[in-house]
Design a protein around this ligand. Sequence first.
Ligand code: 5AD
Ligand code: FES
Length: 348
Amino acid sequence: MKQTIDTIRSRRNITFSQLGALLTTGDKEVVQYLYDTAHAETQRVYGDKIFMRGLIELTNHCKNDCYYCGIRRSRTDVHRYRLTRDEVLECCKTGYDLGFRTYVIQGGEDGWYDDEKLCDIVSAVRKGYPDCAITLSMGERSRESYQRLYDAGANRYLLRHETADATHYGRLHPADMSFDNRIRCLHDLREIGYQVGCGFMVGSPYQTVETLYKDLQFIRSFQPHMVGIGPFVPAADTPFADRPAGSVETTLRLLSIIRLLHPTVLLPATTALGTLHPRGRELGILAGANVVMPNLSPKDHRKDYSLYDNKLCTGDEAAECRVCLDRRIRTTGSHLVVDRGDYPACEN
Ligand code: 5AD
Ligand code: FES
């Protein structure tokens, strides 16, 4: 099967049966070869640099009711909060001093942040931190809204497609959310000029090798600048509260496969991976990831932004622990850098 891995790398493509074989094999040597090959691809493109992004969780109000999500509208026991522009700027200041040159402003789909309010925040960050990249992750909006935010200074946008199978999408979301609109958003974002990230959870309910295969083919055809994947982790008081968590091992194998299919992609070792395994992020890097996204949100709100149970927000997950995080990453042979960490040969 090692030859299969070499073929996937050279063709930058995978067949359905190869995917099934790589996800199910119990041969440790083959799995290690997969990780090593992907890690070597990362190093070929990015050397031993790991990029960091400071995550600012703007709001946990959300109008949506995704079945998996810990801040879904129907959860009444969540303490809801919104950050002001000045609080965001405060986070940026902390982050800048810690060496962050990318801010990811993420939130639920919260109508309170209309274009005017959000553009005001983006312009203020753009003005205060001209050498930093601004990434937004604020869900589905109109094309016009995405354009206004881009014009205000945003450079990148993360919107996980969640699954590339429309039927599967319908089983993870209520009927008022549409797969087609999600894909429309991703195309609009790219046409406007954003560096765009898509992604999905690993081990979400009803996921199969077939749906994963569609995810990989979607990534191959869309060629996003970033791909965020992490294990599904059940959240209390949601329809999927009793479902099993996704597997760390499967997530690592998929990280490697995505790296082989799309060598230049920016690929984070996500918080969910760190939540399920004490060395999750390091293992992610050794399997081909090259980005980490520690938490820069105001400390008193971090526990409220619980997309799933036991979500890490302290210790090395906190931006304040940059030095400890770097020490851990150095065990993999790579290290954190003070850099915007743009997609190669792309300055926008
Ligand atoms: N487990 C893992 N990831 C989750 N997300 C939302 N809920 C969960 C969960 N229970 C992910 C979704 C979303 C991103 C912000 O967080 O993929 O797009
Ligand atoms: Fe908020 Fe899914 S519940 S985006």
